[in-house]
Design a protein around this ligand. Structure first.
Ligand code: MRU
Length: 366
């Protein structure tokens, strides 16, 4: 998407001065105050970047994992007879770097099944590079298609009262910063805005890491989309006041029955939307569908450090500072995700079309 009119992506493959492969990505730890790209030079650095959330968001994690797999193939001694085992070992470490976003597992699985066809290390490197590049490009196209389908929903609401602004609530960051480009939940919003439809986004701050306040607000602002940051617990009140026309959220994993894991707090928004007859949409690339799991109860939910709850980062006199928010001795609990049952989801917006939970498996398999 555009930053001050210039198109950008979150991740790409390049060559270092010595010819070795490197991955460039946005360092999201410093956002929104600093906009810095960082070079990841090894599969080990990709693992740290995923674990420590230098980059985050299910589709972007999948793309980074695929590129990390390619870097792994370049790290093996060309005379090693066990090159396949060595690559597989690194792949398993990448796969274990974060548990909830299924795109990570999907990308590694896709790379491993192509690795099985390689007859030698050179071929493995070529296959892995092409697969990683394909995954990156496909993600852009998938998100664009999600946008095209989701646009029809926003357009329909706008057509009911063309002078009225369509108010959309979103949680966390499922924008282009969480993907390669466009975003999942934001793609319909960007396309509506670009088409001249009047939209305004309520941006949940999304404690504890504040992906909404720091990332979604930043990217919407850079693209010129009107938005307002709200505390996480304000959404229900706004819905009661009739100030939310629809919710769109992203997801990290959707099971066969349509249960949806997303950033912690999503479930409460779905409950409030249900109680207030506000349509609640989940934007879902097929890469986030988990065909192995039947229901949300089976989804592994990541628990992160209590430090993320107890400290908060901000800008002080030009530098980033972390400050303690809570009593130092109080324990904190930090589940990264929750599961919204399918019954609270009005429809899924996928790259293949819009569907209910009952239609999801069919549309994703087609
Ligand atoms: O912990 P994060 O920031 O990696 O969380 C993932 C997310 O960005 C959200 O859950 C998002 O809504 C889904 S990813 C498009």
């Amino acid at each position: 998407m555009n930053i001050n009119g210039v198109p950008h992506r979150t991740i790409w493959l390049a060559q270092d001065a010595d010819g070795s492969a490197i991955v460039w990505t946005l360092d999201q730890r410093k956002m929104p105050h600093f906009f810095d790209f960082i070079a990841l030079k090894s599969s080990a650095e990709i693992i740290v970047a995923i674990e420590e959330m230098w980059l985050r968001g299910a589709p972007l994690i999948g793309a980074a994992a695929a590129l990390g797999f390619y870097l792994a193939t370049t790290e093996i001694d060309k005379n090693a007879s066990d090159w396949r085992e060595q690559i597989t070992e690194i792949a398993e470490k990448i796969r274990a770097s974060r548990p909830t976003a299924v795109n990570l597992n999907w990308a590694i699985q896709r790379q491993l099944s192509i690795l099985a066809k390689a007859k030698n290390l050179n071929e493995a490197q070529n296959f892995a590079q092409q697969t990683a590049l394909d995954i990156v490009e496909e993600d852009v196209e998938i998100c664009k298609q999600i946008g095209a389908h989701g646009l029809s929903i926003i357009e329909a609401i706008s057509n009911q009262a063309p002078d009225k602004i369509v108010n959309i609530l979103t949680h966390c960051n499922a924008g282009w910063l969480a993907c390669v480009d466009w975003g999942t939940a934001t793609a319909p919003i960007y396309q509506a805005h670009d088409k001249g439809i009047k939209v305004h986004v309520w941006v949940d701050e999304t404690r504890p890491r504040n992906q909404g306040a720091s990332l979604t607000a930043w990217e919407l602002g850079k693209h010129g989309v009107p938005h307002t940051i709200i505390p996480d617990n304000a959404g229900g009140h706004l819905m009661q006041q009739g100030r939310v026309d629809m919710c769109i959220v992203g997801t990290d994993r959707v099971t066969r029955n349509g249960d949806t894991a997303n950033k912690i707090g999503t479930y409460l928004k779905a409950l409030a939307a249900h109680d207030n007859n506000v349509p609640f949409y989940v934007a879902l690339p097929s890469t986030t569908m988990d065909f192995e799991l039947q229901t949300g109860a089976e989804i592994p939910i990541e628990t992160r450090s209590e430090r993320e709850v107890k400290y908060i980062q901000g800008l002080h006199e030009g530098t980033l500072k972390e400050v303690l928010l809570t009593p130092n001795d109080s324990p904190a609990l930090n589940y990264g995700f929750d599961v919204t049952p399918a019954k609270y989801i009005t429809a899924f917006i996928t790259e293949k079309g819009i569907c209910t939970a009952a239609e999801l498996l069919k549309i994703m398999n087609d």
